[in-house]
Every structure is written in structure tokens, then in C-alpha cells.
Design a protein around this ligand. Structure first.
Ligand code: ATP
Ligand code: MG
Length: 263
């Protein structure tokens, strides 16, 4: 007898088929098909309003699709969101919101803890997450009084505290200073050794330097097998001359083409 069971490793981290999402009758995502294998590191670029945050929130099960399906590790998205760590693009805290950084990071354990209170192990994991994100020194500060970059690092710590197997990051370095950006991307590369990552960013040069695969999203998705996204695709996505965008981008992302120096 042959063993016909599909091994665990064959199940993709995320599988999206014919996904449509609309708000008030307006299509925001149209016929998205995407498979993200375990261990992959996908960068998503695209213009403002292109649907990037919507896609991440739909993967998280926060938005119901109009049509199509999303599977997370083989299960419907709504049933498997505990496997996903999420660093949102915006999160507003009142300046006087009375919660300390340490508590925000501990909240990452909410879906994982046993019973009603946090265990010693939950606290240890939260502590490690604070250290990994380089924010252990902020532990006793109020979340509302942090700078934008500090806050983004804390949100990464909160996501890591959940010990997710998939990490979704929405513009995580938008207000992170250049010095920490490198550390941030190096940390993501290290995490990618045992985590699947999807990174949404407008920082095309950073994305192209660190990710394994790149996709463009502007209502529809253009995905590549590797890092080769053609100038035409990017031009179509952003509706602006590609040499504006291509400035400083390693050529493996945008191969030589008319109008932009190839070497
Ligand atoms: N909850 C909502 N209700 C109504 N419309 C929405 C909602 N969320 C997003 N939209 C609309 O959907 C479109 C896609 O928004 P989305 O936030 O996904 O874009 P984005 O690619 O993340 O953009 P950005 O680069 O600015 O972050 C926009 O036109 C936005 O106005
Ligand atoms: Mg967004």
C-alpha cells in the first residue's frame, strides 16, 4: 500500500484562490491567486490604495471575501489566525492610554495562554520578544507616549510573543530610523529561518534586497517566481515612469530596459 497522506511540509503556509474583496460595492481585490510556501519570504509592493493592507487583513480573517478562498496552513483563514503574527500599519493609542509596553507585548500571548492568567512561561516568551525587537528598555513605559518607530518595534515584539509560524508585516519600517531598519531586516531574515514572512512595504529597494519573492498589488496581483518583476509591471502598477521608482533598486528586481540604465 502506498501512503497517500500528504506530508505536512507539502501544505502551503497560505493558499489564496480567486479572491475578490469589495467595500460598498467597489472591488478592492480582484481575482487574487497566491500560494506562499512554508519558509517563503514574500515582499508585496504597490501604490496607495492598491489593497495591500486589505489583503493582509483578509488573510487574518478580519475581512470576509466577496468570493474565493483563503487557506492558512490548510485550514480556512478564520480558523487558523492564531498561527499568524501581525504587525499592523497603523495603530492609534490615545497618548494617555494607560497600558504599559510590557502588557501590550504580553497580549501577544492571549491566543496561546492556558486558562485566564499568564503563566511564567508566557512572561518569559514576552520578555524574549521584547529583547528580540530591541525594546526591553521600554517595558515600563506607557504605550501612548512612545514615538512612531518605538511603537512599531513594540508591535513586532507583540507579534513575536505569539510565536507565530507566519508573520505578516504592514509597512513595519515606515517610521523606524535608518540605523534600526538594517537591524530590523536582519532580524526578519533570521526569523525567516523558521517562519514564513509576508512583508508589505513602499521601500522597494529594501524589499528587493531582503525578500525571496516579490509581488505587485494594485487591485490585481502580479506575482513572480523570483525577484524578477519587469519594469512594465511596476509601471502599470504605479502609473508613473519607472525610472522614478527604479532609482537605487538592485538590477535583479528591474532588469535592464529602455529608459533605465541596465548597468
Ligand atoms: N474598511 C474599509 N471600508 C471601506 N473602504 C476601505 C476599507 N478599507 C480599505 N478601504 C479602501 O480599499 C482600498 C484599498 O485600501 P488598502 O488600505 O488595502 O490599500 P493599501 O494598498 O494598503 O494602501 P497604502 O499603501 O496607502 O497603505 C482603498 O481605496 C481604501 O479606501
Ligand atoms: Mg496599507
Amino acid at each position: 500500500m502506498h501512503n497517500t497522506a500528504i506530508s505536512d511540509t507539502a501544505i502551503p503556509a497560505i493558499e489564496i484562490n480567486n479572491l475578490y474583496v469589495a467595500f460598498d460595492g467597489d472591488l478592492v481585490l480582484e481575482d487574487i491567486n497566491l500560494t506562499v510556501e512554508k519558509g517563503d519570504y514574500l515582499g508585496i509592493i504597490g501604490p496607495n490604495g492598491g489593497g495591500k493592507s486589505t489583503l493582509l487583513r483578509t488573510i487574518l480573517g478580519l475581512i470576509a471575501p466577496l468570493r474565493g478562498s483563503i487557506k492558512v496552513l490548510g485550514q480556512p483563514a478564520q480558523e487558523n489566525h492564531q498561527q499568524i503574527g501581525y504587525v499592523p500599519q497603523y495603530i492609534l493609542f490615545d497618548r494617555y492610554f494607560p497600558v504599559k509596553v510590557g502588557e501590550v507585548v504580553l497580549m501577544g500571548r492571549l491566543g496561546k495562554r492556558q486558562g485566564f492568567s499568564y503563566s511564567r512561561r508566557d512572561r518569559q516568551i514576552a520578555e524574549q520578544a521584547l529583547q528580540r525587537a530591541g525594546v526591553e528598555h521600554l517595558k515600563n513605559r506607557q504605550i501612548g507616549e512612545l514615538s512612531g518607530g518605538e511603537r512599531q518595534r513594540v508591535l513586532l515584539a507583540r507579534a513575536l510573543a505569539a510565536e507565530p509560524s507566519i508573520l505578516l508585516l504592514d509597512e513595519p519600517t515606515a517610521s523606524v530610523d535608518p540605523g534600526f531598519q538594517v537591524t530590523f531586516y536582519e532580524l526578519l531574515a533570521e526569523l525567516n529561518e523558521n517562519m514564513t514572512i509576508i512583508l508589505v512595504s513602499h521601500d522597494i529597494s529594501a524589499v528587493s534586497r531582503y525578500v525571496k519573492r516579490i509581488a505587485c498589488l494594485n487591485r490585481r496581483m502580479f506575482c513572480s517566481d523570483g525577484l524578477e518583476i519587469t519594469a512594465e509591471i511596476v509601471e502599470e502598477m504605479y502609473h508613473c515612469p519607472v525610472d522614478l521608482i527604479a532609482h537605487g533598486i538592485p538590477h535583479r528586481v528591474l532588469p535592464a530596459h529602455e529608459g533605465v540604465a541596465g548597468h
